[in-house]
Design a protein around this ligand. Structure first.
Ligand SMILES: C[S@@+](CC[C@H](N)C(=O)[O-])C[C@H]1O[C@@H](n2cnc3c(N)ncnc32)[C@H](O)[C@@H]1O
Length: 282
């Protein structure tokens, strides 16, 4: 890891935003080429979990899907292939990310040929102004984005401005106890404690294991109660909090036993979905 990426001094959120871009510049090729546990995790944990949460609130009718931080949309396509979600009519799909390279890959995937890619940075206050308004209800999803944002206010404020009372958002992130466990085991590199005014507790480089090599992504640690407090400040109702755990079976044991996460990933909830609605009045 080059020194400039692992600098422990984070004076302000602009610099932190630059730091996350630098970490991504180092990781992006490996992320795009990732195979192994990450795909297994999406197919067997994240997408079934999202399907469960989404179909609890929505089964039929027309909706727009807006994926916040879609990346290369491996996850999005998997979600669209989930039974039940296939029965929902989704005439519009919007994919938002700051990476042009990943959005190009996303739009070349089957099921996403007509998706509208939008390049936006969730650290900017006006990111939501790039998104078209629609007459039909929207489902917003965000998978493994929020833990990468050094400040959540611009993201939450923009999302709240976009949401009508018919819309619903599913925010999936790393389960706080799981990342705390990795940090206690020394597996998160270059950890640094928050300064006064930060909305997170510690930050660092979160390891992603792939059969093509290990790499690191930015991570800002927030507790469940911090997330809930922030959702409230921006006038969201958190309808539900669902923790997801890797199922224990022969396949998952063989996939994870030699990874950096080891067996602990089978024993601890490793991600969480917050289901949010906007308050009635803005
Ligand atoms: C860990 S990836 C997750 C991608 C995808 N949602 C998934 O689950 O596979 C995080 C994504 O968030 C994007 N991202 C990180 N910070 C961002 C920011 N400030 N603005 C927009 N996108 C950002 C990255 O480019 C990346 O595509």
């Amino acid at each position: 890891m080059p020194n400039d990426v692992s600098n422990n001094c984070y004076p302000n959120s602009d610099e932190l935003g630059n730091w996350t871009e630098l970490v991504w510049a180092n990781a992006e090729k490996l992320w795009i080429a990732r195979i192994g546990q990450d795909y297994y995790y999406r197919d067997n944990v994240t997408n079934p979990g999202l399907r469960y949460s989404i179909t609890k609130y929505l089964r039929y009718g027309q909706v727009e899907l807006v994926d916040l931080g879609s990346g290369d949309a491996y996850c999005t396509v998997g979600l669209l292939s989930e039974p039940l979600i296939r029965e929902v009519d989704i005439p519009f799909i919007t994919l938002i990310d700051r990476s042009r390279m990943q959005l190009d890959i996303a739009c070349s995937r089957p099921k996403l040929e007509r998706a509208v890619p939008v390049i936006s940075n969730f650290l900017e206050n006006d990111w939501h102004l790039n998104i078209l308004s629609r007459q039909i209800p929207r489902i917003f999803i965000s998978t493994f984005l929020v833990q990468e944002l050094p400040v959540l206010s611009p993201f939450l404020r923009g999302l709240r401005c976009l949401m009508s009372e018919k819309d619903i958002a599913f925010i999936l992130t790393v389960a706080p106890d799981f990342s705390d466990l990795l940090q206690q085991r020394g597996l998160i590199l270059n950890t640094s404690n928050a300064s006064c005014g930060d909305d997170w507790k510690w930050s660092g480089l979160y390891p992603i294991e792939s059969t093509t090599g290990r790499f690191f992504l930015p991570h800002f640690q927030r507790s469940e109660s911090t997330y809930e407090k922030l959702f409230k400040i921006y006038d969201f109702h958190c309808l539900q909090t669902d923790y997801l755990t890797v199922p224990t079976n022969r396949q998952s044991i063989s996939i994870f036993k030699n990874t950096i996460y080891g067996k602990s990933i089978l024993e601890t909830p490793s991600s969480v979905i917050f289901t949010l609605r906007g308050g009635l009045e803005k």
